[in-house]
Design a binder for this molecule. Sequence first.
Ligand code: G6P
Length: 369
Amino acid sequence: AAIEKGGYDHFMLKEVFEQPQTIFDSLRGRLDAKAGQLTLGGLREHMDLLKDANRIIIVACGTSWHAGLVAEYMIEELCRIPVEVEYASEFRYRNPVVGKGDVIIAVSQSGETADTLVAMESAKEKGAIILGVCNVVGSSIARLSNGGVYTHAGPEIGVASTKAFTAQLAVLCLIGLKIAEAKGTITAQRFQHLLDELEGVPDKVAIALKLNDQTKAIANKYKDARDFLYLGRGYNFPIALEGALKLKEISYIHAEGYPAAEMKHGPIALVDENLPVVFVATKDRYYDKVVSNIQEIKARKGKVIAVITEGDQIISGMADDVIVVPEADELVAPIISVIPLQLLAYHIGVLKGLDVDKPRNLAKSVTVE
Ligand code: G6P
């Protein structure tokens, strides 16, 4: 087992550290930034339908659902197509309005999640086109799909998903860009810029991984907290959800992710000197708003841990702890900003002496209802 873990203490840590390579693998043969080209073979015959889609509905569960939420922001922005993100378990039972002209994208690491599979089947019967974004080649969801794109992150052993998530984000971004290119909803300049940005992600993730020791020190400081709040806006809002989910799964600490502004409608009542609040606060169009949200937490004596962009003097002067990640376009920033949150959850779990690779009560893939 020690050999399988490649020298790491746990599969989870190994998989977190594999991400520069796995993200590269998810882009390989698809993205050619130098040539300004994007090739997605699994979408080719569906491009006309995608271009003219009335609506894209993303169905998924768990971490894959969070990737779907990021994709909603990406695809609406890039392609101007309305996107809905559905929990597969809810979608399948509520007789949803879906049919011809709708495109379903099922996102699933395992490709075997029962709810996601059934949700797709019923949408397919009603005439929707079904695409899969799966990690496991030949899985049930992949086989049921009319087309799709594999994430190619390699086998994921840790029950809490890490490298599959970042590969999903990379692939969903490619899909958004491909549709935008075909629809003409993106300028040539922005298209090229985003290809370049995506190509740069693996190196930036490698830089973010250098924060491992620092993140461990932060984990040590906050490991005894009873609750955590995770906040973010825009593309980083789903990352706040994912950070909170990782912490719950791995450390059994209660954590909530929230859109930073929505925090005023409830969670702010929980803020006191015992509550660590993790802000995903990289430089993007929401930055100034997030700075005010941090002030609101500090005014109530909450402890602020902030993931920020390099060179940010403002938040570093306000937060109790900062984790500095490389600058990136806001569309790809989530792929980088989630890295320290994975590490934070991992270290808190390990410091608490828990089995981070096999958290209690959780299954790697939920193949029954
Ligand atoms: C389980 C796993 C999660 C995963 C979710 C969806 O809950 O523990 O890590 O995100 O299922 O799985 P899928 O294979 O469909 O992505």
